[in-house]
Design a protein around this ligand. Structure first.
Ligand SMILES: [Zn+2]
Length: 56
């Protein structure tokens, strides 16, 4: 019987920002249509508050 190797535990990282602590948000203009522009702005990840680690 082969011993099944255990996968090493994945390092904990925030799923929203992938551990980067910030997210790139598409800048949208226009109140109604919310047209997306090519501009992106880095925003602090609100899930982990910039730590890059998932909240408990
Ligand atoms: Zn995050």
């Amino acid at each position: 019987m082969a011993t099944r190797a255990k996968k090493p535990p994945a390092p904990a990282k925030c799923p929203d920002c992938d551990g980067k602590g910030e997210t790139a948000e598409t800048v949208r203009v226009g109140a109604r249509k919310g047209r997306a522009t090519d501009d992106r702005q880095a925003a602090l990840c609100l899930t982990c508050l910039g730590t890059g680690q998932p909240p408990d």
